[in-house]
Design a protein around this ligand. Structure first.
Ligand code: GLN
Length: 285
């Protein structure tokens, strides 16, 4: 006998051990198969599904059951005020990274700089770079990534969103930046320590380790960026770095040693120290 939407949704119980958001995941997967918004499922719970649709749903459900992140299965994730295309060559944008975007916009507006020159190092899906380019439309943003596959995702996102005040460069951190008069450089680099147990949990298992893992107990890339950016930033301009929950102190010390001043830290919405930012002093270099 044919199953209806309500009955098919109950198959999502199978995800319970894997996912805290198993109900939402199930709804998103079924809505994808039906090519309808999620609300449709609750408006038409008695609608019977075709066998082909049930099979397709079952395939998506088993991918999720095997741990594949919902963002990769759906190929998209919301960030800031838009939706981004994502795949397994990019880190899935996290809500905590919006703190970096908010802070960057705040600092730029305080500095009353209208046409700011901004760089985003390790742009991945382009989440930060695109949010800044969209919110500060008279600014120009350079988005850098080492991975060609990641840059292709970011470029496609820029074109889907119709954002054009952005340029893409394939390079390692500052190696791709020709100019030395940036008003702001931002980065959400890899900062998880090699061998960290979190790497074996949830979405992180499927995300590119290039985007997650750094040497020196997770501080290696943060350190390289802090040092390299000194050659690229104008005196008094800002460097913003996302980092791990326990890296505030180490990042503050490295920024200070490198010659930055006005070092500050902000917590994310879970109360975790997540973003450090500072101004380039321009003197010790
Ligand atoms: N915030 C991510 C996590 O720990 C890590 C992202 C990163 O390394 N930039 O899940």
């Amino acid at each position: 006998m044919a199953e209806n939407i309500r009955q098919v949704l109950s198959r999502g119980e199978a995800l319970r051990p894997q996912s805290e958001s198993w109900q939402l995941d199930t709804e998103l997967l079924l809505a994808r198969v039906l090519n309808k918004p999620r609300e449709y499922l609750f408006t038409w719970p008695e609608q019977e599904l075709q066998l082909r649709q049930i099979e397709e749903f079952q395939q998506l459900l088993s991918r999720r059951k095997d741990g594949e992140p919902i963002a990769y299965i759906l190929g998209k994730r919301g960030f800031w005020d838009f939706e981004l295309e994502v795949n397994s060559s990019v880190l899935i944008p996290r809500p905590e990274t919006e703190i970096l975007v908010e802070t960057a916009i705040e600092l730029l507006s305080e500095s009353r700089k209208t046409a700011a020159k901004i760089a985003d190092l390790g742009t991945g899906s382009g989440a930060i770079a695109l949010a800044l380019a969209k919110s500060c439309s008279s600014s120009s943003v350079i988005a850098v990534d080492f991975s060609e596959d990641a840059l292709n995702v970011a470029k496609s996102n820029a074109s889907n969103l119709g954002i054009s005040n952005i340029e893409f460069i394939q390079a390692s951190w500052c190696d791709g930046l020709q100019d030395n008069d940036f008003d702001m450089i931002v980065s959400n680099p890899p900062y998880v320590a090699e061998g960290d147990a979190h790497l074996l949990e949830g979405d992180l298992l499927f995300e590119p380790s290039l985007a997650l893992v750094a040497t020196e107990n997770g501080l290696g890339d943060l350190h390289t960026i802090a040092l390299q950016c000194r050659e690229k930033l104008k005196k008094g301009s800002w460097l913003l770095l996302e980092h791990g929950y326990d890296q505030k102190q180490a990042v503050a010390e490295m920024l200070e040693r490198a010659g930055y001043f006005n070092i500050q830290c902000r917590k994310d919405l879970s109360g975790v120290d997540r973003l450090s930012f500072a101004q380039w002093g321009g003197s010790s270099f």
